[in-house]
Design a protein around this ligand. Structure first.
Ligand code: ZN
Length: 453
């Protein structure tokens, strides 16, 4: 309203000067997009509770998952406090680099005035950059120089501590920019005035990456996420909910964050931690889904569900398909899951399907290596053929291994169907895992074994 009044009075320049200038009237007097953090903190707390309810997560679940993108397996909900910090920095950068010369001149003049009052001298461009970076060194830290303004709030002190971003000055071009380091990389993104519109997007994306990296570092809750965050297909159900039952939804988020109630997870007392079905010393989720022999029948059905999806998608021109069979013309008793033989071009493609638990990427690498060691001697006996060995891995909690793309390429399956096939395989896997877990705890059969009926 004040801005509109100023425009009507054709007094825009004076209004903008007041809007951006340091405020001396009272310590609590705020101008220029100042937002109180208290209500935002309360809003973040309320949102966190609602998202935990939506994802069926207990209170001990990591809150990082809330702020991570759907592509990586998070709820993709913004953090209000972060948005406030980003909006303040972006607003200041947009004013200082505004294409409108009048706005830009006033913004730079009021910034220079603020820095000059803080340092009690005429500031150089480097002083202005140091001020915007929240520096309290030399003259900028002198007693009595503190004052509240849009420019003091635009200091990247808080964001800088978290993601290392800071204002920069390019001497040769005489222009300012904001440098944002990429998370888990030595490279940086520098947003300069011609690309000013990108600043908000880059800061938001960097903070989302930060939350994801924080979660990966958690040894208990982050080990599945480290694998499931690698490929969008692993998290397709978060935005579309395709092929996902409500019971799977209630299971999969808890399971991926290892917040499932099992004997090993008991935090208090001297509760028996052994498996309630087979007596194994630790009843953990990896044991239930991939180690407890009681469920070996269900593991086979889970494995076959994935294998069937692949076989149905194979183009007939690829060759003769054999499933779970010894390879003809050899003495080996090994039975790869799928063997495709093309006699015309003398080529054999062997594929084995595996469903390991997502105990970080190392578990997937070990499963893949084991399959290669197992089938390489068989491949060596197939003289006269070019033999390719592949492993298709889908984690027990629906993590799609990026190296599966090599298998899909080798099959020559159309791109349109591969997208759907990935989603179906991911959903099949956690459908089965949910049924295995529930049967383990409840003791009631959760599925129909149609293959053996
Ligand atoms: Zn067991």
């Amino acid at each position: 309203m004040e801005l509109e009044a100023a425009v009507r009075a054709d007094d825009t320049a004076e209004f903008l000067r007041d809007f951006m200038s340091p405020c001396f009237r009272s310590p609590s007097c705020e101008w220029g997009s100042a937002v109180a953090k208290g209500p935002l903190t309360n809003a973040d707390r309320a949102i966190r509770q609602l998202v935990w309810k939506w994802l069926y997560l207990p209170q001990r679940a990591s809150s990082d998952i809330i702020y991570i993108s759907h592509r990586q397996g998070g709820a993709n909900v913004p953090h209000m406090g972060d948005l406030c910090d980003i909006a303040t920095v972006t607003h200041a950068f947009h004013l200082l680099t505004c294409p409108d010369r009048k706005v830009r001149t006033i913004a730079n003049a009021t910034l220079k005035e603020t820095v000059g009052k803080r340092a009690a001298r005429a500031p150089a461009p480097q002083d202005t950059i140091a001020f915007l970076n929240g520096s309290l060194e030399n003259d900028l830290g002198r007693q009595g120089g503190e004052m509240s303004s849009l420019w003091s709030r635009a200091a990247t002190r808080r964001l800088g501590k978290r993601i290392g971003c800071h204002w920069t000055w390019a001497e040769e071009r005489e222009e300012m920019g904001i440098l944002i380091p990429r998370i888990n990389s030595d490279q940086n993104t520098v947003v300069i005035p011609p690309a000013r519109k990108l600043l908000e997007r880059v800061l938001k994306s960097t903070l989302r990456c930060l939350y994801a990296e924080n979660l990966k570092k958690k040894p208990d809750q982050g080990k599945v996420f480290e694998v499931s965050s690698k490929w969008t297909a692993s998290n397709h159900f978060l935005s579309g909910r395709s092929f996902t039952r409500f019971i799977d939804w209630r299971f999969v988020h808890r399971a991926r964050l290892n917040c499932i109630p099992l004997n090993e997870a008991a935090r208090f007392g001297n509760r028996d931690k052994r498996c309630r079905r087979c007596g194994y010393e630790n009843e953990t989720l990896p044991h239930v889904l991939c180690g407890c022999e009681t469920h070996s029948g269900a593991w086979l059905l889970r494995h076959n569900a994935i294998q069937d999806r692949v076989v149905k998608a194979l183009p007939p021109t690829l060759g003769t398909v054999m499933e779970d069979s010894v390879v003809l013309g050899t003495n080996s008793l090994l039975r790869p899951d799928i063997v495709i033989t093309n006699e015309e071009v003398k080529k054999i493609i062997m594929v084995d399907v595996s469903v390991p638990f997502e105990n970080q990427s190392a578990a997937f690498q070990a499963a893949r290596l084991w399959k290669i060691v197992k089938y390489t001697p068989l491949a060596d006996t197939l003289r006269g053929y070019s033999v390719e060995i592949y492993t298709l891995l889908v984690g027990a909690l629906g993590s799609w291994d990026p190296q599966n793309e090599l298998v899909l390429e080798a099959y020559g399956i159309g791109k349109k169907y591969t997208g759907l096939m990935r989603q179906l395989m991911v959903s099949d896997t956690f459908w089965w895992s949910r049924d295995i877990y529930t049967e383990h705890v409840m003791g009631h059969r959760q599925y129909q074994d149609t293959q053996n009926n």
